[in-house]
Design a protein around this ligand. Structure first.
Ligand code: HEC
Length: 251
């Protein structure tokens, strides 16, 4: 009796071997389904160290949700920390095990629950169905937190009135002006107010205006001014500014 399982096992092993011998399923296919795709990222990065430890700069894979749009939480990700860059700022890392239903791989910043905060570059996996290893050179890229705020918030929601289209309150939020117009700069509207006081978000006029804690007029103009954008919620974007101020409002 106790030999029967053994015999069955041997028979199964033989059958498997025979199937392989026939060669109709290339071993490569097996391997790829088990381990998924590998993304090899190279490039020159700046600003990686500007993020506080509530955030993670990462190479991350995102899937599609039921509605067909890209999910907000990464499936798998690899952190990028300053120590991974060589002395010239070059990165050379791989992200392995990217399996379906991953739809994109992004050079991005997530929070600690792997929710996308900012995406700097996106690779559509559907463009690379055949490659096991995808070579992704992103060239030179600035991943700094203030650059992210400029791109994701100021350029999208503010410059129409504070920059290209006008100069409301004498405040320009165009890329070349925004930092100097904000940090340690007196408010033109709030008495004794300062637009951004490093490390003190709640005392900064910029924070107050964006969080409904300023004068009725300023609150009224700016209520809901930051909208959901590029798979990132307005709340995440507003918090990004708060965290940037509280982490020293570095350029
Ligand atoms: C529809 C036009 C409009 C848009 C868009 C807009 N603002 Fe304003 N903003 C104003 C006006 C007008 C004032 C001045 C109100 C007053 O005179 O009291 C102002 C004032 C401010 C102030 C106070 C300036 C100071 O000196 O104290 C800040 C800070 C500010 N805006 C930030 C922003 C940011 C950040 C955005 C984008 C997220 C933005 N605003 C988008 C019209 C706008």
């Amino acid at each position: 009796m106790r030999y029967i399982p053994l015999l069955l096992g041997a028979a199964l092993a033989l059958a498997t071997l025979a199937a392989c011998d026939e060669g109709d399923i290339p071993p490569k296919t097996y391997e790829r389904q088990a381990t998924g795709q590998t993304i090899h990222l190279t490039g020159h990065l700046e600003g990686v160290g500007s993020w506080s430890d509530q955030y993670q700069v990462a190479l991350a894979a995102f899937g599609t949700n039921a509605a067909g749009s890209t999910g907000n939480y990464s499936m798998v990700q690899r952190a990028i920390i300053p120590a991974m860059l060589d002395s010239e700022g070059n990165i050379d890392i791989t992200l392995e095990n990217v399996v379906s239903p991953a739809a994109t791989v992004e050079l991005c910043v997530t929070n600690l629950i792997r929710q996308r905060v900012v995406s700097f570059a996106t690779l559509q996996l559907s463009d690379y169905t055949r490659e096991e290893t995808i070579e992704w050179n992103i060239g030179q890229m600035d991943l700094g937190i203030f650059t992210a705020i400029q791109d994701m918030v100021f350029n999208q929601f503010c410059v129409a009135c504070h920059g290209s289209g006008g100069l409301a309150a004498g405040l320009s939020l165009k890329p070349e002006d925004s930092y100097a117009n904000l940090v340690r700069t007196p408010s033109s509207r709030v008495e004794n107010g300062v637009r951004v006081i490093p490390n003190r978000a709640s005392a900064s006029v910029l924070y107050q205006v964006l969080n409904g804690r300023s004068t009725p007029r300023l609150n009224g103009i700016h209520g809901n001014i930051i909208q959901n954008a590029q798979d990132v919620s307005s709340e995440t974007l507003t918090n990004l500014i708060t965290d940037w101020i509280n982490d020293g409002a570095k350029p």
